[in-house]
Design a protein. Structure first.
Length: 90
């Protein structure tokens, strides 16, 4: 009986410790690098515009975003394809 009681108490402690970070709010985080498709904007990772992407663990601003070579699109003049990576400017 004593073992069963200790086991139950141990499981209760484990369950409560796993939820210890449940109250954390994402707005309290400040990032130093972002995953592909995002750029660092004042400590927050923001999505690259349109269908842009970026290198993994990039650490600078929107100029890390680019449309990759081979990206296609359409505008008033017709269809087009980027033959080189097209980087965003500030």
């Amino acid at each position: 009986m004593k073992r069963k009681f200790i086991f139950i108490i141990g499981m209760m402690l484990l369950a409560s410790s796993q939820n210890a970070d449940a109250a954390c709010v994402a707005t309290d985080k400040s990032y130093t690098a972002c995953k592909p498709g995002y750029y660092l904007n004042n400590g927050v990772c923001s999505a690259c515009p349109e269908s842009g992407t970026s290198a993994d663990r990039n650490k600078t601003g929107i100029t890390e975003c680019y449309l990759p070579s081979g990206t296609t699109g359409n505008d008033a003049t017709g269809s087009f394809e980027y033959t080189n990576d097209c980087h965003y400017n500030k």
